[in-house]
Each structure stands twice: as C-alpha cells, then as structure tokens.
Write a protein that binds this ligand. Sequence first.
Ligand SMILES: [Zn+2]
Length: 300
Amino acid sequence: METIQRGNVTVHYSGDSRHIAERLVEITEKTYPVLKTYFNAAHDLKLVIYWADRQDWSAVPPNRHRTRYGGPHMTQGENHTHYVILPAANVDRPDSLVAVIAPLLDLTELTPDETRNLKVWLGLGADAGDRRLGDYLASSDFYVDLLVDIIHVHEVMHDFCYEFGIPENHSRAGKGIAWWVFEGLAQWSVLWVNREIGKEDWADAHDLLYRWMYRTGRKRPGNLGPLQYKDYAWFHGAVIEMAHQLEARYGKDYGPKVLTLILRDIQGKDYLPDTEMVKLFSEAAGEDLGAWFKQNWGIE
Ligand SMILES: [Zn+2]
C-alpha cells in the first residue's frame, strides 16, 4: 500500500487511489474542528486511515470485522491514535456495500419532489433522468462518495466518542445500554458536520438517502426499528428517520444539544441505558418525549 501523511492524519491506500487519499485527509481536517467544538476537546486525535482493497484487507489492524472484505469500521490504538478502515471501492467493490446500496435502487419509494431534490443534491441536475440517478447510485463514483463524505465522517465521530467519554459497550451482555444512541450519534453527526463545512447538499442527500433506505427496508421481515432489526445497515436508516423527525420539531441544533447532555451525564459511567437517554432527549426538547419514543420506536 502507498501512504500519505499530513499532520495528525495518515492514509494507507491500495491501487491508484491517491486522489481519494487526498480527499480523506481533507474531509478529516474539516471534520476535526467541528467535532472538537461539540466535544469541547482539548486535543486532536491521531488518525490512521486504511483505504484497502480485497488483497490488502488482511493488512489492516486486527478487528472483529476484519474477516470479510468491505465492512467499514474503526478501532482504537495507543496514545490517542484511532484507525478507520474503509474498502477501496474504486479498486474492488465490496459485497457488503452492494447490500447497503440495493434498497436505494427502488425509486418508487421516493416522491417526485424528493427524486428531483436528490438529483440536485447529488450534483446530477434537476433535469437528469431517473435512469441517470439509478446509474450514479450503482456506480463506483457513488460508492466512493458515500464512503468519503458519509461513512468516514461517521467513523471519525465514533473515534471522538471513544476518545472523549462515550465508550463502546454494546458487547457487554445483560446491560441495558442504548446502542441506538451510540450508532445514532455517529450517523446523525454526518448531517451536523456536512452542514458546518458548507456541504449542505451532502447533508440533505444523506438525510434523504438513509430515510429512503429506511422506507424500502421496512418491508423486510425483522426490520422493526432501532431496537429490532435484521439488516444492520437498515438500522442506520431508522436512526436517521428518527433524527429527521426530531429536527423537524426542535430544529437543526437539537442533535448537538442532545450530545452535550449525554457528555454531561455519562461522566464517570460506562454507559447510559435507554431510560436515561429518553430523559436527555426530553430535556433537550423541553418536553417529555417518553410516549413518542415508546409508540414510534419501541424505546422506553
Ligand atoms: Zn458505526
């Protein structure tokens, strides 16, 4: 693999991917100040990014996701160093992402307005045909855009959470941790970051793409909501649908407000259970959301 290194960011990349490595450095450098503000963080993270194809996948840091080529993930090292591992979708398309994209190819789940907006947000132009939209969503270009502008930001948010006080606890059996919040914050933060760095179109596109995924995937048995799902990717669509509804009611600064309250209350604890999270979401909203969470999402 080739390597580029700038400041706190190192990218190891496969094949002819230098241009993508540069994009990864750039988005990371823009994302850091936004997340540092949210976390009131005193220092930067050191980030090592792998943009690895199938052949190089075995060289990425050991992790439970490593066995199968393609699943984007992050992992932690020593001395404030974190790793983000992404498949080199321009070189070798990963099967796991094909499954993520598949629900996005059913245009019947979008209204005509949404279809038109999406074409604009994705830079295809309002007059682009549906065929053009479908071709783009199935192309390597879209896989790369999705990985760099959405999934990478999601992983960097995980890194900030782990570094600054919101640890991963989902594997601790028998504890009532709110896993939907840990993944929800990561996915929701993609909207916050893209808005703050002037990529409003990508924020809007991300919001709609994941809500589209939610709508389509809802038809599959087992996909009930953020607590019960068959498809792990679809679960991220569910948390974005939830975030979308909350933002519609309480505004776009509602998410960061919730994060601030979580950081306040999780201090000295390993995790917060659903009941505590619902209280914090209610506090940020200024009204009791207990019934809303229970009825719409099965969370209490
Ligand atoms: Zn995640």
